[in-house]
Design a protein around this ligand. Structure first.
Ligand SMILES: Nc1nc2[nH]cnc2c(=O)[nH]1
Ligand SMILES: [Zn+2]
Length: 456
């Protein structure tokens, strides 16, 4: 058992439904050797109940739930930062040529290591990851995620038209390769499989049907793809699927929609699509830096919520500009502030909820992660800015919890994420002197600065 003593922020009560930020100025959280939170309360009570257990003093900073990224592309870490083109041109010029390089398994392994390091060192402990068109590359991703211990749901990306030839497959091959990957990884440790057609634009009806058949065959797997991101894309999908009522219907007709489904973007939905998303329980990943980079448009958050559609955050690396969900949170705030039809006024508590509990809910993990309550897994991040940095000054002069959290979203970067735990084990820690995050490690029980002698 280890007791962590810290200032703790989380959002067990949904702020979009009247809940508030839970800010505990001086809180003890006891975690058993299995990684479950077994006590949360006053430090002196923790000491009374658990007099012999290690106590780790994290009061110099903030303890938050691990971040949950519901849409991020593994093969695109080296493509981040290509500015100035809309979606379809960006795919042609930037993303797809890079994705083709993952045919080389050595290259894919390097990228997998960079990618998992990028997630962990930014404080992302759980992610729904868009995989690669190459089964060997997806295998490399699962291998690395398993080694480090992150919670990753991912799968083979499928396409059978429009994309460059090396990225194409056939419905039969997609099924066979996806099934083999899922048999190897779905349910292994913290890993799960996601059936992943790239988008309807690059999918025949037969391919979507084969993806749906695999989803049905696996049981408990996810479906993820893109939808309604860009107006030229939406028009092209309408041309290719004349029978479909709308973009969503291309997936719906194949039988892909379900509560374990996450569609990225949905910047340009119809009301009928929002109704159907809610009916099927499909969640939406809102990716605000990507929507800005590619000038895709303003995300209609109010309409999603009015229809009862679940929304969480995605970084959409590499159209998105990095892994940090602090940045995605503040960009979501900016865009709602500027939305032409009137956006949702987002508080810092809303942003934390979108980056943690809402993501846990979208990934059907709300019973395990998303906040730091008793009974949940200890997936957590310790944010400790360097002394004298603007975030450190902000924390020291904040007027209260909401103000401190707003400063975190305004100023926080991966450099401020000092330690990251999954299931109670350190997966990465940043060296105070060099500022470097150590290479994410293979889930060893390993805690920062334990001190049994410290009295709370
Ligand atoms: N943002 C984004 N949208 C897509 N639609 C199809 N593929 C992609 C992709 O890689 N990134
Ligand atoms: Zn994407």
């Amino acid at each position: 058992m280890t007791i962590y003593r810290a200032r703790v922020f989380d959002t067990p009560q949904n702020p979009f439904l009247g809940g508030r930020l839970r800010g505990d100025a001086d809180c003890a959280i006891a975690v058993d050797t299995d990684g479950t939170i077994v006590f949360r309360g006053a430090p002196d009570e923790a000491r009374r109940r658990l007099p012999d257990d290690d106590l780790v003093d994290l009061r110099d900073g903030l303890l938050l739930p691990g971040m949950v990224d519901t849409h991020v592309h593994f093969p695109q870490i080296r493509a981040i930062g290509y500015l100035g083109t809309p979606l379809l041109e960006w795919l042609d010029q930037c993303a797809l040529p890079e994705e083709a390089r993952l045919a080389n398994t050595g290259y894919a392994r390097e990228v997998a290591s960079e990618f998992v390091t990028g997630l962990a060192s930014s404080g992302t402990t759980t992610a729904l990851v868009f995989g690669s068109h190459f089964a060997t590359a997806v295998d490399a991703l699962f291998t690395e995620a398993d080694r480090v211990g992150l919670r990753v749901t991912s799968g083979l990306v499928t396409a059978d038209r429009i994309l460059p030839e090396p990225l194409l497959t056939t419905p039969d091959r997609a099924f066979a390769e996806g099934e083999a990957l899922a048999r190897a990884w779905h349910g292994t440790g913290r890993l799960r499989y996601a059936v992943t057609p790239r988008f309807s634009l690059s999918s025949s009806e037969a391919l979507l049907q084969s993806d749906a058949a695999l989803l049905a065959a696996l049981g408990g797997a996810f479906f993820t793809s893109h939808i309604n991101e860009n107006l030229a894309e939406v028009a092209a999908v309408a041309d290719l699927f004349p029978e479909a009522r709308d973009y969503l219907d291309t997936y719906d007709r194949a039988g892909l929609l379900q509560p374990r489904a996450v569609l990225a973007h949905n910047v340009h939905p119809t009301d009928a699509e929002l109704v159907r998303l809610a009916e099927t329980g499909t969640a939406v990943a809102h990716c605000p830096t990507s929507n800005s980079t590619l000038a895709s448009g303003f995300f209609p958050l109010r309409r999603h919520h009015a229809h009862g559609v679940r929304v969480a955050l995605g970084s959409d690396v590499g159209a998105g500009t990095g892994f940090s969900l602090f940045k995605e949170g503040v960009q979501a705030y900016f865009m709602q502030q500027l939305a032409p039809e009137g956006g949702v006024a987002l508080s810092a508590a809303h942003l934390l909820h979108l980056a943690t509990s809402a993501g846990a809910d979208a990934l059907d993990l709300a019973d395990q992660i998303g906040d730091l309550s008793v009974g949940k897994r200890f997936d957590a991040i310790w944010v400790r800015p360097a002394p004298g940095e603007p975030l450190d000054i902000g924390f020291r002069h904040a007027s209260g919890d909401d103000d401190a959290l707003a400063k975190l979203f305004a100023l926080g970067t991966p450099a401020d994420v000092a330690t990251v735990w999954v299931d109670g084990r350190v997966v990465t820690r940043r060296d105070r002197e060099s500022g470097r995050a150590d290479r994410p490690r293979a889930g060893r029980a390993d805690h920062p600065r334990p001190s049994r002698s410290m009295t709370p």
